[in-house]
Design a binder for this molecule. Structure first.
Ligand code: 5GP
Length: 124
């Protein structure tokens, strides 16, 4: 069920609980601003989610309220994870679903990082 993007950040969402260590994840990277872990239902041989540690609902929310340090830290973390996963040379896809039409289901910003095979058409 896609999220309602008009609702304020819900600190009980599943990714907030993962950031707080209340729920386990298969972690691949962590720094001051970001956490990356394998998606529980992978759609590609590599399917990693990268999230900011701060309380942001979506890309829209983060790009408006995030500090310059958080935004720079997050963007650098996404690139670092892709490099560490060996995805740069074969190539990969980044995806951030936003709101209802985007099909966003978890109300904490996350970037999907897909790789390990050709990704095919951009939008079905
Ligand atoms: P969205 O549709 O919001 O862009 O994507 C949410 C993603 O989160 C989905 O790909 C889903 O498989 C993943 N996901 C949902 N709950 C969990 C969880 O508890 N752990 C992990 N690792 N991934 C989750």
């Amino acid at each position: 069920m896609p999220i309602d993007p008009t609702k304020p950040y819900d600190p009980s969402n599943i990714f907030a609980r993962i950031v707080r260590g209340e729920i386990p994840c298969s972690k691949v990277y962590e720094d001051e601003h970001a956490l990356a872990f394998h998606d529980i239902n992978p759609q590609a041989p590599v399917h990693v989610l990268v999230i900011p540690k701060g309380p942001y609902v979506s890309w829209d929310d983060f790009s408006e309220r995030g500090t310059d340090a958080e935004i720079a830290g997050f963007v650098r973390a996404v690139g670092k994870v892709a490099r560490e996963q060996g995805l740069v040379e074969p190539g990969y896809r980044l995806l951030a679903n936003v709101g209802m039409d985007g099909g966003q289901e978890v109300p904490h910003l996350h970037v999907h990082l897909f790789g390990g095979r050709p990704m095919g058409p951009m939008v079905r």
